[in-house]
Design a protein around this ligand. Sequence first.
Ligand code: BGC
Length: 757
Amino acid sequence: MSTVAASRTDDVLRRLTLPEKADLLGGADFWHTAAVTRLGVPSVMVTDGPHGLRKQDTAGDHLGLTGSVPATCFPPAAGLASSWDVDLLTRVGEALGRECRAEGVAVLLGPGVNMKRSPLCGRNFEYFSEDPLLAGELAAGLVRGVQSQGVGTSLKHFAANNQETQRMTISADVDERTLREIYFPAFERVVRTARPWTVMCSYNRVNGVYASQDPWLLTDVLRGDWGFDGLVVSDWGAVDVREDAVAAGLDLEMPSSGGLGARRILDAVAAGTLAEADVDRAVRRVLELVERAAPGLAEPLTVDAAAHHALAREAATASAVLLRNDGILPLAPTGGTVAVVGEFARTPRYQGAGSSQVNPTRLDDALGCLRAELAGAREVTFAAGYDPESDEADEALVAEAVAHARAAEVVVLFLGLPASYESEGYDREHLDLPAAQVALLEAVAAVNRDVVVVLANGSVVAVEPWQELTRALLEGWLLGQAGGAATADLLLGRANPSGRLAETIPVRYLDNPTVGAFPGELGHVRYGEGLLIGYRWYDAHALRVAHPFGHGLSYTTFAHTGLALDVVTDGPTPVVDVRVTVTNTGGVEGTETVQVYVSDPAASVQRPEQELRGFARVRLAPGAAQEVVVRLDARAFAFWHTGFGRWTVEGGEFGVRVGASSRDVRLTATVRLTGEDVTPPLAPDSEVGEWLAHPVAGPALRDVIAGSPFEAMLDDPHNGQMMRAIPLVRLARFPGSPVPEASLADWATTANAQVSA
Ligand code: BGC
């Protein structure tokens, strides 16, 4: 913030009355902050998103129930994430920022970076990944793009909002290491690297405390540890006790509570239970937000809707993932009849439901686009096949589809989740496509073996065993308003698929890490799987998956060679460069996503089998090769040490795996890093075994117990193990013990000093 703006903020703050301050800490309505006309403080508009603008003209609601102005509908996060393309996300962000500028919007309410803990979370379509690094990198790109246009973002929903069931009350019970390593890092990365103007707290409780009034979350971690300097806004209606929320670090309550929040703030200040300084701190952040937004709001931009549609098409093309292909794709430009089957080809499902629902500027459908592209070259027939909102098979529609399939050379079958299956506000009941759609596939495949399936779904669906009936399977997620054109481009080979899965597709629901612990009971959901979500779980349990995290095919092939690791910096915060050469070994231009996973095979704490720690995309002409360098910083090797209360790299050997997916590792290498010695210092209650292992104290203890019955017990092959697990201070108290309890503290001090010297 400029010094002029800062002094203006100081000045306004000095002149505001306490009631005016309390008013400023709540919304004026659904989408606007409060104004103080007397002092020239304007009201600014915040609005959803985030994959398009959802600006409601008049009466609003936050559940997507009423309409909104037309805006470009980009693919939701589930799609965008599969691009693994940070630059693309930045460009989409820039376009979103421009659309906000055109509509006088100060803050776009997104992106959401909650982890996909369960594949059944109803809002997974709005979230990026099961991996925090991927989610954080992509969301940071989007935030940078939006904010480069002078428009703010709201990173949400902080934190541990991983389900919709009881989303406004449930307590997510998560241990600290899991929060720090899995549920926080995407937020942390965006806060540190892209500096979002605002962060939105989640509805739920974390370990019993409402996120909206948790000082550890909103102040200690967010501001203290990560240096967040923006405003914290409540999710819509997330505030429980307004005065506690102010004290905890929640600045702005949205939407308007009709003056109730302000009343509670005033009463608490009067009663001395809320410090006026806490109120001032929050008011300052509201004023700073309004100042930050002012230049953008003063200069509206115009939007080139056609250019944004073209960008939406590029984004959709990059978001689809080719899961299987025996060579049937791309479809030849000329040849026999193509039977397009499935209502979703004509009536696309292109976004999810709820507060993020966008009113698109136009809408492409795959059927129309395929027909246009193949006009005069291949006949395209169409049969609806099913009613998207019904689970029951419609025999007449099936019969028509079968007839089309029988008469065609190839069938392109569009399947997917009905809109009612996934939405904000509730979770999915199962992982399956409607049974009627699977039955349709079986009926079609019985008369024509050349079946390509295109999926539309905001979160994972089970693809086994039916995928065996397909010759190719294109996972389209939800592709936004230009998804139809993008799908046609990919099917016809006008574009080469480059998407990679940002979430694992398990063989069956029962394999997933949250079975039995989702969506919780009695107001609590225990994150018992800890660090092991997504591929971390499937790897730990050596489970076969239908398609692994990071997987995605191309119409060309790539070779990875020459892996080299350069230790740029050693010591407690190491930096390592990973170098690898990628060659396009196929016949068409294509993009490879090089994925770098790190493993820590010998560690003093649980470490996942491997974790994504870096990635890079490289676009190559046939035959071309390029060296890719992925830099791994200390965090790539660190774990959150709950004893130290900080990130720690434990010295030793690490594995570095480079591949095309988490299960398609092409090259491996190891690197030895000095890191830190994490052996805990000796204390009187350290176990006998720990004392004996100590280079100084061990031999000394041996001398003390030499000749006593304890020595024999210690060396006994069976009892010895039991003896070593006894805290030395307890052993000292056993009858006949030669160990003097009174000396232990001194011994520990001396031993620890000698080792660290
Ligand atoms: C959602 C948020 C959204 C807000 C405003 C809430 O119900 O959880 O993601 O930004 O409404 O519409």
